[in-house]
Design a protein around this ligand. Structure first.
Ligand code: GTP
Ligand code: MG
Length: 194
């Protein structure tokens, strides 16, 4: 996959607008503000590809990007309390609607902030992926905010908390420093060509 070939495809505001899955998809899921859009930008070395904001709730639609026959899906974040009930419902409709469709999911990258314990919603997300048997990896984000030692400690704690089997890849990432990006690219490439 040549990362320079990435193109933005489309945004979707409701899951019923989503076209049938025509390409293997790599989806990015996680809490609002965990760093999904930033990670996508870093994977492609393109600052403005996906919109990033300090304010949680930036990505309010499902965004499709394509690169060499693989589709990348930037999902809205879950768990952001400070939006209206109707916005929250629209987001869950989008996220759940996406995962409940019969899509060609090659890999779900489930993002968790390395600084904190996984939230109940993170546990729910991973539990769901395990239950339905979707291939997934966990990306622990914002590693640049912790020392190496703290990173290792948090990695074990979060893995234990999420009850991750040893075959689930866990990647310590920083979109700021580039940590874990090559490892993630390799996982994605392997998943997409399976
Ligand atoms: P929503 O679209 O709201 O769900 O958020 P998101 O998960 O897409 O997060 P986004 O990429 O917009 O990043 C949220 C904030 O975290 C921004 O201020 C980013 O600059 C910051 N951020 C993201 N990744 C990192 C990282 O690896 N290190 C640090 N220090 N900050 C990061
Ligand atoms: Mg986003």
């Amino acid at each position: 996959m040549n990362i320079n070939n990435v193109v933005f495809e489309r945004s979707f505001g409701t899951s019923s607008q989503l076209p049938a899955s025509t390409l293997p998809e790599i989806a990015f899921a996680g809490r609002s503000n965990v760093g999904k859009s930033s990670l996508l930008n870093k994977l492609f070395n393109r600052k403005g590809l996906a919109k990033v904001s300090q304010t949680p709730g930036k990505t309010a639609t499902i965004n499709f990007f394509a690169c060499d026959g693989v589709r990348f899906v930037d999902l809205p974040g879950y768990g952001y309390a400070k939006v209206s009930k109707s916005e929250k419902e629209r987001w869950s409709e989008l996220i759940e609607g996406y995962f409940n469709q019969d899509r060609d999911l090659a890999l779900v990258v489930s993002l968790v902030d390395i600084r904190h314990a996984a939230s109940a919603l993170d546990e729910g997300m991973v539990g769901f992926l395990r239950e339905v048997g979707l291939p997934f990896a966990v990306a622990l984000t914002k590693a640049d905010k912790l020392s190496r030692q703290q990173q290792m400690k948090q990695r074990s704690a979060i893995m234990r908390q999420l009850g991750l089997a040893s075959d689930v890849p866990v990647v310590v990432c920083s979109s700021e420093k580039g940590t874990g990006i090559d490892e993630l690219r390799a996982l994605i490439a392997a998943a997409a060509t399976r």
